[in-house]
Design a protein around this ligand. Structure first.
Ligand code: XMP
Length: 507
């Protein structure tokens, strides 16, 4: 039986981070909406209540029946979770005289309490709340304070209940990992046995059981998630897995051949389909970004579907969906629960059963599983790349010549990042072909050619991003190389927009 911590999500932006921190302690956890506790699951060893954008006394505040949890499992409330435990038990929570944000130091810490073992006075914690706990329920004691916040942490005397007003999950809480470890390992008794290797072992066994002798088809994109899913399935069912890699003609330079060689080296049964003529024909003259995306999305489904039908008796469609795609997140504005989504419209179209072996993993865990499966590092560390490929990096209509120009420029930029040891420091990088021409001079000749923009960003999840502060010497070299070597380009710019308000891709 899988032992697990349940994290009840009350809508905080850091709920996923709590999940990642618990997983980093080699403990399996699941993030569930605040009102969907799995009472029947015998594997649950502890519960964490997340923060929330609401105040506990708001009419719309998310509430759950804590009496069914307290006494049955150890419970840790974080921020709103702590306030809810206190408020629900008869304590009081009020707006703080001033909102408390940012770093604070513990001025008192009862290190004899199991939650605070090893967490000394002076430890840095991160506050982010507008309310404060002004009195605790009977039987609860303050176990930590800061100069500003009297009740920074509390514990119940008789029940296994704890609350912290700060956020142990964020990087700036220097004692956060220790605190979560005290809870997960010390208090809940986790065996800390969740690892890439244990995941592979149990998943391969489960896939064999689930799929038996059935045939499975999977779409490869060259990205990390679909590649790891394929290698894992290949380990489980071998030749019953057929992978399909569609070349829509808008991949990076030599990418189709290189990735196919990687896949074959991994022993995958992979069919490569060059469908570029179809895509270039359908995209001819189309300039509107959404139309381009729609044409490529539909074209991809059609090609994949036709190819999959050539395989006899396929029963399953496998996808590299990962945990952040599946978590039912709470909308901040109200009570609607967004249902989880899948990228692409394949499942609806194909009428196959869906197999998603990575749906419980965070991105960094997918990489760890890839490594444990022996996949090459360059596949595992690849930057994300959009499904529609270079089509969304060519502003205006798409032609083979424009794709060629962009591939050459992109290749110089990306190889440069690798050579200068910068590739792993950025989340994602690429070149955008702009629909403008400008005047330049080469030798004694006047030129009138295209401008390209370089884009490189740092990010942790692509939801927000900052432009990467690349060294000037590097940018000077890349700019020179592109202008000298790529026919048709005479000007290079660098995109210094963050997301928001810009996005990572230009279209
Ligand atoms: P934006 O441009 O929205 O991109 O800031 C966020 C991340 O998503 C990638 N992206 C896509 N990935 N299909 C994909 O598989 C798409 O249609 C798509 N559009 C954007 C983008 O490269 C970035 O990593």
């Amino acid at each position: 039986m899988q032992e697990k911590i349940i994290i009840l999500d009350f809508g905080s932006q850091t709920t996923q981070l709590i999940g990642r921190r618990v997983r980093e302690l080699n403990t399996y956890c699941e993030i569930l909406p605040y009102n969907k506790f799995p009472y029947d699951d015998p594997g649950v060893i502890g519960v964490i209540l997340s923060g929330s954008p609401f105040s506990v006394y708001d009419e719309k505040a998310f509430k759950t029946d804590l009496s069914k949890l307290i006494g049955r499992y150890p419970v840790l409330g974080i921020c709103y979770g702590a306030q809810l435990l206190s408020y629900d038990g008869g304590g009081s929570v009020e707006p703080a005289p001033s909102r408390e944000y940012g770093r604070a130091l513990l001025a008192h810490s009862d290190t004899s309490n199991p939650l605070l073992h090893g967490i000394e006075v002076g430890s840095q914690v991160w506050m982010s709340h507008g309310d404060t706990i002004t009195s605790l329920p009977t039987g609860y004691d303050i176990i930590a304070s800061t100069d500003e916040v009297a009740c920074a942490a509390f514990a119940a005397r008789d029940n296994k209940v704890w609350g912290v007003q700060f956020h142990p999950e964020v990087f700036h809480s220097s004692c956060g990992t220790q605190l979560l470890q005290n809870f997960v390992e010390g208090i809940c008794g986790s065996h800390c046995s969740w690892s890439a290797e244990s995941f592979i072992e149990t998943t391969v066994a489960a896939l064999r059981q689930q799929l038996g002798d059935d045939k499975v088809v999977l779409g490869l994109s060259g990205g990390v998630d679909s590649s790891v899913a394929a290698v894992l399935l290949n380990k489980a069912i071998g030749k019953n897995l057929t992978c399909i890699f569609v070349d829509h003609g808008m991949l990076r330079k030599n990418e189709f051949a290189n990735v196919m060689a990687d896949y074959e080296g991994l022993g995958l049964n992979v069919v490569g389909v060059d469908a570029s003529d179809k895509f270039f024909a359908e995209l001819a003259g189309v300039t509107e970004p959404e139309r381009k995306r729609k044409i490529i999305g539909k074209g991809f489904i059609d090609v994949f579907d036709a190819e999959a039908h050539k395989i006899k008796d396929v029963k399953w469609l496998a996808q590299g969906t990962i945990y952040p795609d599946c978590i039912e997140s709470l909308s901040i504005t109200g009570t609607t629960i967004k249902s989880h989504h899948n990228v692409g419209g394949l499942p609806q179209k194909m009428n196959l059963k869906l197999c998603e072996p990575l749906r419980l993993l965070f991105k960094d865990e997918v990489r760890a599983v890839g490594r444990a499966l022996g996949m090459p590092e360059h596949l595992i560390k690849r930057h994300p790349f959009p499904g529609p490929g270079l089509a969304v990096r060519i502003l205006g209509d798409i032609t083979r010549e424009k794709v060629r120009i962009l591939q050459d420029a992109d290749d110089i930029f990306i190889s440069g990042l690798r050579q200068w040891g910068l590739y792993d420091q950025v989340w994602q990088a690429g070149v955008i072909l702009l629909p403008v021409q400008s005047v330049g001079v080469m030798g004694d000749e006047r030129t009138y050619e295209r401008a390209v923009a370089l884009r490189a960003v740092t990010s942790t999840d692509a939801m927000t991003a900052d432009w990467a502060h690349l060294p000037y010497d590097f940018m000077a070299k890349v700019s020179n190389d592109i202008i000298n070597q790529v026919r048709g380009v005479n000007r290079v710019c660098y995109d210094i927009s963050s997301k928001p308000p810009a996005t990572i891709e230009w279209e």
